[in-house]
Design a protein around this ligand. Structure first.
Ligand code: F6P
Length: 322
């Protein structure tokens, strides 16, 4: 028999992402609309272990749909993989009669939600990360905003790069997923994109820069995902092998901030609402995502095993970008 739920909690964990607040707002509003008490956990799983749990009302989520960051705060807690640490978290929820948890974040957050699910708590995971590296959703909350931020920054770099006849190497975030780099490269008309999916070869970089020189280009733009190579060193190598004056720019955490785009706000609202519906239907151990503009639920365990595919729309564009 389905257990009727009365109280649910929300947390945000891992690297923050624009749109997390819009997600929190959607969950609180959908929860209250359905007669639930909704609790906010501060500082992710760390705050859960420490019992930083507070009741949220509609006022708590007023004026946050457009705000970057997360009003609940976020943290990383690798120790959550230990049974005794997760048990403390579970006890914190049980002592307050909280029946279910919605965890917003990336794959680390999903692993925490899976652990609690296996210990008997109904958990739903929502994809909140700029990296777009969650295989169970075509888009993650925050990705679109991060791409917009990267594009705005790269457009500015193009101006100065063009004035000074330079090669700009721009390192973007994404951890080991190339989606931010690929989308930003397509949107800015970059000459080369380097990601873990494309692979990296210094020879190819040099060839691209020399090609641009042959075409008398005033600037060269290379977009690269973090963790591939030392971009400052790469700029020196380009100078050395081609004579093209080069500069490296690491965009860094600026990509995690700012007002979420309408796309991210809508995605956040849809997934937040769907998570509450799933819990009301007695479901747990799932994570929500979108495919072909439809909300889909996938068992968290399966989601963690799925291999992230490069977004099909980018693959089609390899003819206009190296
Ligand atoms: O997962 C989001 C992300 O911003 C990645 O793109 C990046 O590799 C990482 O987090 C940075 O983490 P931190 O803020 O802990 O340095």
């Amino acid at each position: 028999m389905k257990k009727e739920i009365k109280k649910i909690a929300i947390l945000t964990s891992g690297g923050d992402a624009p749109g997390m607040n819009a997600t929190i707002r959607a969950i609180v509003r959908a929860g209250i609309h359905n007669g639930l008490e909704v609790y906010g956990v501060e500082e992710g799983y760390k705050g859960l272990v420490e019992g930083k749990i507070k009741l949220m009302n509609r006022d708590a989520v007023t004026n946050i749909i457009n705000r970057g960051g997360t009003i609940l705060g976020s943290a990383r807690l690798p120790e959550f993989s230990q049974d005794e640490v997760a048990q403390i978290a579970l006890d914190q929820l049980k002592s307050r009669d909280i029946d279910a948890l919605i965890a917003i974040g990336g794959d680390g957050t999903y692993r925490g939600a899976l652990k609690l699910t296996k210990m008997g708590l109904n958990c739903i995971g929502l994809p909140g990360t700029i990296d777009n590296d969650i295989a169970s959703s075509e888009f993650t909350i925050g990705f679109d905003t991060a791409v917009n931020t990267a594009v705005e920054a790269i457009d500015k770099l193009r101006d100065t790069s063009n004035s000074h006849k330079r090669c700009s190497i721009v390192e973007v975030m994404g951890r080991y997923c190339g989606d931010i780099a690929y989308a930003a490269a397509v949107a800015t008309g970059a000459d080369l994109v380097i990601t873990s999916e494309t692979g990296y070869s210094l020879e190819e970089v040099i060839k691209t820069v020399k090609n641009c020189q042959n075409h008398k280009s005033r600037h060269v733009l290379i977009v690269i995902t973090e963790h591939i190579t030392d971009v400052r060193e790469l700029a020196k190598q380009i100078n050395e092998y081609t004579g093209f004056d080069s500069r490296a720019t690491i965009l860094g955490h600026i990509q995690r901030g700012g007002c979420p785009t309408p796309f991210d706000r809508v995605l956040a609202s849809r997934l937040g609402n769907a998570a509450v519906e799933e819990l009301l239907n007695g479901e747990g151990g799932k994570c929500m995502g979108v495919f072909n503009n439809k909300v889909v639920a996938t068992p968290i365990e399966k989601a963690l095993e799925m291999k992230k595919q490069m977004f099909k729309g980018y693959k089609d564009l390899t003819t206009i970008i190296s």
